[in-house]
Design a protein around this ligand. Structure first.
Ligand code: TYD
Length: 135
């Protein structure tokens, strides 16, 4: 992950004899203020989704249940990240193209985003992605 601006962050779990609890706060584990939360679940076997980068939206991805993989591409390199713990966050920066796949049947992928949904902030065309972030 060293050549990526996106990075993996470990979260402390506040466990006790009753079980686990994990807290996320703005500008602590998540290095931005957030406006939007969504979660991806019930994903059909074999599905691959994402296929975009962003102009400005920063995101934090956490597999709060199950597991999935994230393919990252910054034009110079690609990498496959396995998310399988509710205590690991992938801080996904706008300039990294991403695809999510290999969702386990119980996967709940929580996504926390810095901006409200805006389709104009998506770069869905790979050639456009290369134009914007290639230099
Ligand atoms: P989509 O962008 O296809 O998801 P992914 O990038 O994970 O493959 O989103 C599916 C639909 O949900 C699409 O019609 C846009 C809509 N959507 C919203 O309305 N708000 C949101 O915050 C998100 C993430 C998606």
């Amino acid at each position: 992950m060293q050549t990526f601006t996106s990075k993996l962050v470990k979260i402390e779990s506040l466990g006790d004899e009753r079980g686990q609890l994990t807290v996320l706060e703005e500008n602590k584990y998540i290095p931005f203020e957030f406006k939007r939360v969504f979660y991806i679940y019930g994903t059909i076997s074999g599905v691959r989704r994402g296929f975009h980068a962003h102009y400005k939206t920063r995101q934090a991805l956490i597999c709060v249940s199950g597991s999935c993989k994230v393919h990252l591409d910054n034009i110079r390199r690609t990498e496959e990240i396995l998310l399988e713990s509710p205590n690991t966050i992938l801080i996904l920066e706008p300039n990294d193209w991403h695809e999510m796949y290999d969702f386990s049947p119980d996967c709940v992928l929580l996504v926390i985003a810095s901006h409200m949904y805006d389709s104009a902030d998506y770069i869905r065309d790979y050639s456009r992605f290369q134009e914007v972030y290639g230099s």
